[in-house]
Design a protein around this ligand. Sequence first.
Ligand SMILES: [Zn+2]
Length: 86
Amino acid sequence: MAVKYVPTRQCVICRRQVPKPELIRFVVMDDKVIIDPTGRMNGRGAYLCSSVACREKAKKTNALSRHLKHPVEDQVWTTLETMGDA
Ligand SMILES: [Zn+2]
């Protein structure tokens, strides 16, 4: 049986290796952090898994901002909430 290869990336919060389609990618554009819904945008990226705990922790600790060295605006978190669980 052929096993389909699924690329994984590490969640910046829980450090788990998660299949890429289950992650939310963030990328720096115009000196700020935005959500990359396609996962294909150029630039420095960071990944967050779909766990609500990780999402809340990322917001609370500003981990994405520190990781990407750019500010994460409130708008990003608002958008994330409307995206629901992947
Ligand atoms: Zn996580």
